[in-house]
Design a protein around this ligand. Structure first.
Ligand SMILES: Cc1cc2nc3c(=O)[nH]c(=O)nc-3n(C[C@H](O)[C@H](O)[C@H](O)COP(=O)(O)OP(=O)(O)OC[C@H]3O[C@@H](n4cnc5c(N)ncnc54)[C@H](O)[C@@H]3O)c2cc1C
Length: 482
């Protein structure tokens, strides 16, 4: 990047901009520990400058400079994603959006809140709770994840089962387009709101969102123990078809329970079978009905074992600690799959076959986020300090995705690392349409380049598949017990 432009930005934004090597290097990674040797071989992760705008006008001014000078811009908020979604691939400007924070206005009659994009879900929840309200849904990374960040990703999490995706709850957004113009976007405008959902910062910078809210109500929590995954699926279906819709439903397989028990985290100290956690929110009448639904499940079917209420409540309290398994680490690797729930038992069986084949433990847990789909996370322990072994272990992530694909699933989120599998996420006409939108909105290709639409050359699907399969073969033969 041109030194003069860097210098001008440093002068204009003062201590909200930096070109210090140390500070920039903090932005050259995300939550996933990817060995620098691998990342640097493929892309340029180190930004030339990091800027922290504090309002929409500053975002627009930075975008105008980038547009006029063809400088890549990578938006970054909570950085709680793991596919290098918010890590540069071509250096340039790293736009840290965490100062664009706060509540703009609450419309209690219309039941919406307008909020700045860098506000975290926990901050919004706290504000709303003080008014007797709550967000309709939020990610289980709510303490770090921002409203804008989740909208730019898939937007399914806790509460989606009852209230749908985040897209269905957002009325409008304010967005700064790649040329620096500011636009209010709704489902009626051109471009429409749904262009920006899951766009992963590749079409513009979202600065403000108007989001639906709900009344803060009481909750009831349940945990059920099931002997196996098939019984778990039957029970899920009965609960989904019942007259009261759960707010949230999550599950863990037996291997996950065992790993949690070894670390002292297992609900009610269990390590046999699977568990489903079900959370309801609503009126007293709805909660009474929910209790009857769960009671009748247990009475009608002796294989369904209700776990004491205190454990179910504790499980809910720990809803933001999805990474606690990492304590068995040093690191965890894994794949998150968007999977039809009807394929869940077969998926989990094949995952365990894979675990036996490679001589490792694979733990699966997830959330049922629609009546038909779940987000399933399958993880295993790895050691990032053992670079070669760690890189070979990365091939197992593809193998887990292959199992998901066999049962109608695909990667949840794209970023850089899942871009070789983009053909599994979108059918050709849909992908063609997304590429057309990208071309129309960002003809210079400066917004978060190298992500989402196609893999960089070295990661193209053929190279990726061949490379990962060879490494997986090496892992299978030489890596038992790593
Ligand atoms: C423990 C844990 C639990 C998680 N649970 C869930 C879950 O329940 N559901 C789920 O979907 N995900 C989940 N995630 C993944 C991740 O936390 C979410 O996708 C989160 O919403 C990302 O928000 P963020 O602010 O961290 O965004 P970042 O990671 O900073 O950015 C995400 C993407 O959006 C872009 N971006 C960010 N903000 C903006 C903006 N304002 N304008 C334009 N582009 C922007 C970035 O360039 C990047 O491509 C979880 C992650 C962890 C570690």
């Amino acid at each position: 990047m041109n030194k003069e432009i860097v210098q001008k930005m440093l002068e204009k934004y003062g201590d909200r901009a930096t070109d210090s090597m140390f500070e920039r290097s903090l932005y050259a990674r995300d939550l996933a520990p990817v060995p620098a040797i691998l990342a640097n071989m493929l892309i340029k992760t180190l930004p030339d400058i990091v800027v922290r705008p504090s309002n929409t006008e500053e975002v627009a001014a930075i975008m105008k400079t980038a547009f006029a000078n063809n400088i890549p811009v990578t938006p970054r908020a909570g950085a709680s994603t793991v596919y290098f979604n918010s890590v540069p691939t071509k250096s340039g400007i790293l736009m840290d959006l965490n100062l664009i924070k706060g509540i703009v206005g609450l419309d209690e009659e219309g039941m919406t809140v307008t909020v700045k994009a860098g506000t975290t879900w926990s901050e919004l929840d706290e504000f709303l709770n003080n008014q007797g309200l709550a967000p309709k849904s939020f990610p289980s990374s709510a303490p770090a994840a921002t409203i804008g960040g989740w909208f730019c990703m898939m937007g399914y999490g806790i509460g989606s089962m009852k209230y749908g995706s985040l897209l269905s709850q957002v009325k409008s957004i304010e967005v700064v387009l790649p040329d620096g113009s500011i636009k209010k976007v709704s489902q009626e405008t051109n471009p429409a709101l749904d262009w920006f959902v899951s766009s992963e910062g590749t079409l513009g910078i979202i600065t403000q969102l108007e989001v639906e809210v709900r009344k803060l109500t009481n909750m009831k929590h349940f945990l059920l123990q099931l002997p196996d995954a098939r019984k778990m699926l039957d029970t899920m279906k009965t609960i989904i078809d019942a007259p009261v819709v759960p707010y949230n439903m999550h599950f863990s397989d037996q291997e996950c329970l065992k790993a949690m028990k070894a670390l002292g985290f297992s609900p009610a100290n269990m390590d046999i079978g699977c568990i489903i956690g079900i959370d309801y929110e609503g009126s007293d009448e709805e909660l009474k009905q929910a209790q009857e639904i769960i009671d009748s499940l247990a009475v009608a079917n002796k294989l369904v074992n209700p776990i004491p209420q205190e454990s179910a409540e504790l499980e809910w309290e720990e809803r933001f600690k999805a990474l606690k398994l990492k304590r068995g680490g040093p690191s965890v690797l894994g794949a998150e799959v968007w999977l039809p729930i009807k394929g869940l038992p077969a998926y989990l069986e094949d995952v365990q076959k894979m675990a036996r084949g490679y001589g490792l433990n694979l733990f699966s847990y997830g959330h049922v986020v629609t009546p038909e789909y779940a987000t399933v996370m399958t993880t295993f322990y790895a050691d990032e300090t053992q670079t070669i072994k760690y890189i070979i272990n990365l091939s197992l992530v593809k193998k887990i995705h292959d199992i998901g694909h066999r049962y109608g699933g695909n990667p949840y989120g794209v970023g850089l690392w899942n871009s070789p599998m983009i053909g599994r996420i979108h059918q050709p006409p849909q992908l063609g349409e997304l590429r057309k939108r990208k071309q129309a909105m960002d003809s210079k290709g400066i917004m978060n380049p190298g992500k989402v639409y196609r893999a960089p050359l070295m990661l193209n699907p053929f190279n990726y598949s061949l490379g990962m399969n060879v490494l997986a073969g090496v892992r299978r033969v030489f890596g038992k017990g790593w």
